[in-house]
Design a protein around this ligand. Structure first.
Ligand code: 5RP
Length: 231
């Protein structure tokens, strides 16, 4: 556990994000190909990577991340150019005790899942407000084709969704983004498989723990601890 004093003015959650994000940059070495997630926590990782002036090549999970990374002077390549990644670092919206995740508040979960799967090590960075006993309360982001979002929504309701909201923004791929409320997600693997089987669903924001190497948690007191999935 590390416990560095925090800069004045950072809220507990923001301090936790900064600590976790910067800690993860310590896993990156020159020569690596690195997947960069999307969001305010991994933002801190990117700033720390730029400060270290490493010789790395990065793959971005969103246009937003790509723009920030270029601004910071990080070298960018496409996912196809990379092929494999030594490491990918990304945030999450919920983390359960088994290290299953809900992701996608930034609407980037489809590209994030591709990049996580490409990586030898997928490292998750969160502040401690993201730790939950069971997934669900945040709502599950789901990307669907704009051909028939109403049909996809009806299929999701048949799976037990209590509320399906169509978000005003689109994904980077131009698809429709839904936020779907399931009361409590008792069995993430079963729900993930059921949602994936709905025609028109491009990707959902459930990330099962088989893809997670470790979760780095920054606390509101400025400490960092790590959680490992049971595999
Ligand atoms: C974007 C994501 C983000 O990683 C997630 O929303 C966490 O964001 P933040 O670090 O800003 O709390 O999945 O699609």
């Amino acid at each position: 556990m590390t416990n560095e004093p925090g800069p004045a003015g950072l809220s507990g959650s923001e301090l936790g994000k900064q600590r976790a994000g910067r800690f993860a940059a310590g896993f990156v070495e020159s020569g690596m190909k690195v997947g960069l997630g999307t969001g305010s926590t991994v933002h801190h990782t990117m700033v720390a990577l730029a400060e270290k002036s490493l010789d790395i090549a990065c793959v971005a999970t969103s246009r937003r991340t790509e723009a920030l990374a270029r601004e910071l002077g990080l070298r960018m390549i496409t996912a196809d150019e990379a092929g494999r990644l030594e490491i990918a670092i990304d945030g999450a919206d919920e983390v359960d005790p088994m290290c299953h995740l809900v992701k996608g508040a930034g609407g980037a979960h489809t590209r994030e899942k591709v990049v996580a799967e490409m990586a030898d090590k997928f490292v998750v960075v969160v502040d401690d407000s993201k730790l939950v006993e069971a997934l669900g309360a945040f709502g599950l982001p789901i990307e669907v084709l704009d051909f028939a979002p109403g049909i996809a929504s009806a299929r999701l309701e048949a799976l037990g969704a209590e509320m399906v909201t169509v978000l005003p923004e689109r994904s980077d791929g131009g698809n429709v983004l839904l936020r779907v409320m399931f009361e409590v997600i008792e069995d993430p693997a079963e729900l993930a498989a059921s949602i994936k089987a709905i025609p028109g669903v491009v990707e959902h924001g459930l990330f099962l723990n088989w893809c997670v190497a470790r979760v780095i948690v920054g606390t509101s007191e400025g400490q960092v601890r790590q959680i490992f999935p049971p595999h």
